[in-house]
Design a protein around this ligand. Structure first.
Ligand SMILES: Nc1nc2c(ncn2[C@@H]2O[C@H](COP(=O)(O)OP(=O)(O)O)[C@@H](O)[C@H]2O)c(=O)[nH]1
Ligand SMILES: [Mg+2]
Length: 680
């Protein structure tokens, strides 16, 4: 039995989930053909997937075909869930890019192609049945965009105005499908010329894979089906051939030829060379070697935690104890499973190259390697996209904070593409993920799984305040001396811009007007004050304070009195020091194709950004570097996506604080007041 690990990827809605459903149904792996629109497919079984009618997770599904085990990994097309695609691709040897005959080659296909850079690739043109489907146009476009490795293997044929059969260019045979059964039919007479044309294209690609074939090609001798097959197989492995298949997932037309193609042409796991370790070393995918597995996905359901893994070396058996190279701990694999959607089948062992899952591991995360004790293997993990879109989460009703935190912590085991931060300064619980849909899914799951309803709002910006002018002779006097034990403390202060972000406190007291033992109290009074600036209540930075004079009372002076005196001086002095609001400014890098340059720069100007440079990227695009106020970047993840149809990406890192322009400052002060009143 051969194993093939393939990952379906491409734009959302192109038909990946329907395709794998059709594969399962056709091979007897599902007893009915589910539909995405009916919410009953094997792959999209999660309640949130059913509700939204889109895939949200990488779902490996075993398809048994012709004595082979094809592990087909369905992935989400929506960009917010790119992390799932990377999980699936990490353990797949072949990427099957799904692009529909209707919408042609969109950004989803482009991205998929990039993701599969160093992998064997196949393309499946879906929805050939649709009214305005254009197979030949889509094929030509694919070859145009992705280059000449793209070559035809299965094409559609019509009877009347309906696509009713598919033709395998390699064998020259045509097939139709009815009631889930595939039958061979004669090639329609009007298709013969078309087939010839496509065969010529395919032969050219195949000729490139072998010298003997090249000679034959130049002698204008036709290739046998076996030669074509051998050539496609070799070309897929080397990358010179990207065979194109097609079909209709709703009827199953073309599905069998795709399965046959995967079995015949896609490389087996041990044919793709060595696996790489985290530190760049090669390790053999050796069936006879010590057991090594890579955890590429974690799923938590009502039965507990499942860690999905690929066996990279040796055989993994139930009851085995393996060592986690990250934690050093030992994990017992009590039960191992083959998982098909929500159905688990317990198995005794999984062989090298195969994919399965293990339940209830103690301390193993996605990306970890488990291996036979003493072998200490750490495979390369998964490079997840950085979180880039933040919202504050708050419970709709009081007391839900803890539930939100626990729920998100639990979900973070499944999903490594979001982070959470309880921001004491802005008093918000901030969740940063991949986009609005991603965060919305998290909210929905908090409700359905953890019973807490969430309200989201914009993440607030942590502003700062500072003074720009030196002020002298500022008095702060605390005096309460009416009857009994009084309180007295008086200071004269100078405030000026300081060199360091943290407060600098000095004293220049002559003649003991404020005794030494009270100086720390004066400093303490100032330190207690600076978290609340005088403009809008934001922390004050770059402040230097000097105690120059004051007076005290033998009996009534106390540390408390001097603390309060310092605070009064602070309150009196800072408004006179020409205070200004500082805002965080980030260093931004935007990665875009050339054609979007004008829009991106124009947009950055609107966001008060300063463009620092533009440089060509290694993969043909451009990198725009800019400095932008963080306050203007809240929705950038979404805006950039819509400006570039999802082709652009960015990174943003806090750089420093800068003075805000007066008009902006006024708005912030008003907005802060509004929030404070609301919270009271
Ligand atoms: N006409 C037609 N519709 C299809 C085909 N494959 C999928 N669809 C429909 O396209 C929509 C998206 O399909 P889905 O499998 O969820 O796409 P995915 O996002 O790539 O997984 C659904 O409404 C499907 O019923 C096909 O071959 N022909
Ligand atoms: Mg899907």
């Amino acid at each position: 039995m051969g194993i093939r690990n393939v990952c379906l990827l491409g734009h959302g809605g192109e038909g990946k989930t329907s395709l794998v459903e059709s594969m399962l149904f056709l091979t007897g792996g599902a007893d009915r053909l589910g539909k995405v629109t009916d919410g009953n497919t094997v792959s999209d079984f999660d309640p949130e997937e059913i509700r939204r009618k889109i895939s949200l997770a990488a779902t490996p599904l075993p398809v048994e075909f012709g004595g082979h085990k094809l592990n087909v990994i369905d992935t989400p097309g929506y960009f917010d869930f790119a992390g799932e695609v990377l999980e699936g691709l990490r353990v797949a040897d072949t990427g099957v890019i799904v692009a529909s005959a209707k919408s042609g080659v969109g950004v989803g296909a482009e991205k998929a192609w990039k993701y599969c850079k160093n992998k064997s690739k196949m393309i499946y043109i879906s929805k050939v049945d649709e009214e305005n489907a254009d197979f030949s146009g889509t094929f030509a476009k694919l070859r145009d965009v992705f280059g000449v490795s793209v070559c035809p293997v299965v094409i559609p044929a019509s009877a009347g105005d309906k696509v009713s059969s598919v033709i395998n260019i390699v064998t020259g045979k045509a097939y139709t499908v009815g009631g889930g059964k595939v039958s061979e039919i004669p090639v329609p007479a009007d298709m013969e010329e078309t087939v010839k044309g496509y065969l010529a294209t395919l032969s050219e690609n195949v000729a490139e894979t072998d010298e003997a074939l090249m000679d034959k090609f130049f002698a204008e001798e036709p290739f046998t089906a076996e030669e074509l097959q051998k050539g496609i197989r070799a070309g897929m492995l080397s990358g010179s051939v990207t065979p194109v298949f097609c079909g209709c997932a709703l009827t199953g037309l073309g599905t069998e030829l795709l399965l046959q193609g995967i079995a015949d042409y896609a490389p087996a796991p041990d044919e793709t060379g060595d696996e790489t370790t985290a530190d760049g070393k090669a390790i053999k995918q050796d069936p006879a070697g010590p057991a090594v597995l890579l955890v590429f996905k974690t799923l938590i359901d009502q039965y507990g935690k499942f860690s999905f893994f690929k066996v990279v070396s040796g055989t993994v058996t139930a009851d085995m104890s393996l060592q986690n190279s990250r934690s050093g701990g030992t994990e017992k694999l009590a039960h191992i499973f083959v998982v098909k959607g929500k159905k688990n089948t317990e198995v005794k062992e999984l062989k090298c190259g195969d994919i399965g899952a293990v339940s209830k591991l103690n301390d193993t995360k996605t990306g970890d390697t488990l291996s036979a004790p003493g072998t200490q293997v750490a495979l390369k993990g998964i490079d997840f996209p950085e979180p880039c879109y933040a919202l504050a989460f708050a419970p709709k009703s009081k007391g839900g904070e803890e539930k939100i935190a626990t729920g998100l912590n639990r979900m973070a085991e499944e999903d490594l593409t979001f982070t959470v931060k309880n921001d004491a300064e802005t008093r918000q619980f901030v969740v940063t993920g991949q986009g609005d849909i991603h965060l919305d899914v998290l909210c929905q799951r908090l409700k359905s799984r953890y019973g807490v309803e969430v309200e989201t709002e914009e993440a607030r910006v942590a502003y700062r305040e500072k003074i720009r002018k030196k002020v002298t002779g500022i008095e702060g006097k605390h005096k309460k001396q009416s009857g009994g034990h009084g309180q007295f403390g008086r200071v004269i202060m100078e405030f000026e811009p300081g060199e360091t972000e943290d407060l600098i406190f000095e004293e220049k007291i002559f003649g003991g007007s404020v005794p030494k033992n009270f100086h720390p109290a004066v400093e303490k009074g100032l330190r207690d004050s600076i978290p609340h600036g005088v403009l809008a209540g934001y922390p004050v930075v770059f402040l230097k304070a000097t105690l120059v004079d004051g007076s005290y009372h033998d009996v009534d002076s106390s540390e408390m009195a001097f603390k309060l005196a310092a605070r009064l001086a602070y309150k009196a002095g800072l408004p006179l020091g020409n205070p200004v609001l500082l805002e965080p400014v980030g260093a931004l890098k935007v990665f875009i194709p050339d054609s979007y340059m004008g829009d991106i720069i124009g947009d950055l100007n609107k966001r008060r950004g300063r463009v620092m440079g533009m440089n060509p990227d290694t993969d043909g695009g451009q990198i725009v570097e800019a400095e932008v106020p963080m306050a203007e970047m809240n929705t950038y993840a979404i805006d950039l996506r819509s400006m570039t149809q999802g082709r652009g990406s960015f990174s943003l890192k806090f750089e420093r604080y800068e003075e805000t322009p007066a008009a902006v400052q006024q708005k912030i002060i008003e907005e802060t007041k509004r929030i404070e009143e609301e919270e009271e």
